[in-house]
Design a protein around this ligand. Structure first.
Ligand SMILES: [Zn+2]
Ligand SMILES: [Zn+2]
Length: 233
């Protein structure tokens, strides 16, 4: 083997490793699934075979490869890239990504992204976020969202409604804590529920129960995570 050919092999290997690392940095998302062509992160379609590279399944926009959220509708694109690689008929049959929870999860991440890129309209997005958590019965997140809303937008026209919602979600969260034997936490949440809406009769009843139980002490000493769905944030 001549020195020249050895150098050539080494250079080729180095280039291959470089290409591999660059592609891997992008989680292979710039490699066309149809023709294996490695595209620029700014491309929307494969430069070789014209296949859309980052298609939004929600609104149909073809986004740049490096976009994590749809430029038009703000939907998170990571799952869509995976779903998009599955045949539409199979997707339809298995109802992939169609469960109310999966859809709400996408909407929730869209709203968080919108708050980050368009902080001027946080009030509107924060309100919608609370409603999303409400729709999937995620009481702790819903309560936290309404709490933040009341604190950040005390002059909002939504405040009377938000306080009612907050009172209900805090009551349900408090009841959950009661069921888990975390009576002092339940008392705390039910008190907050009544602060949000003093007319919440159910909350008042449960506050009485929880207060009695709390006097005997919590059933569970070690703090446990709420028995609610845990999302990746
Ligand atoms: Zn291609
Ligand atoms: Zn979209």
């Amino acid at each position: 083997m001549t020195t020249r050919s050895t150098i050539r092999i080494v250079v080729c290997l180095a280039l291959f490793v470089c290409a591999l690392t660059a592609a891997e940095a992008f989680n292979w998302r710039n490699v066309c699934k149809k023709c294996d062509y490695i595209n620029q992160p700014s491309a929307t379609h494969c430069e070789s075979c014209q296949t859309p590279m980052n298609h939004c399944l929600k609104c149909g926009t073809d986004n740049r490869i490096d976009a994590d959220y749809c430029v038009k509708c703000a939907a998170p694109l990571a799952e869509m890239r995976i779903l998009g690689s599955i045949e539409p008929e199979v997707r339809e049959q298995l109802k992939l990504g169609e469960s109310p929870r999966a859809r709400a999860d996408l909407d929730i991440r869209s709203l968080r992204h919108l708050i980050a890129i368009d902080p001027e309209n946080t009030e509107k997005y924060q309100f919608e976020l609370g409603l999303k958590y409400q729709a999937i019965n995620f009481f702790s997140r819903e309560s936290e969202t309404w709490r933040a809303f009341v604190k950040d937008f005390p002059a909002s026209q939504h405040i009377p409604l938000v306080k009612q919602y907050a009172s209900e979600s805090l009551r349900k969260w408090g009841y959950l804590m009661y069921e888990q034997g975390r009576y002092s936490k339940a008392v705390e949440l039910l008190n907050e529920s009544l602060q949000m809406n003093p007319d919440n009769k159910t909350a008042r009843t449960w506050l009485g129960q929880a207060t009695k139980a709390a006097r005997r002490g919590d059933r569970i000493v070690e703090p446990v995570e709420a028995a609610e769905p845990v999302y990746g944030y």
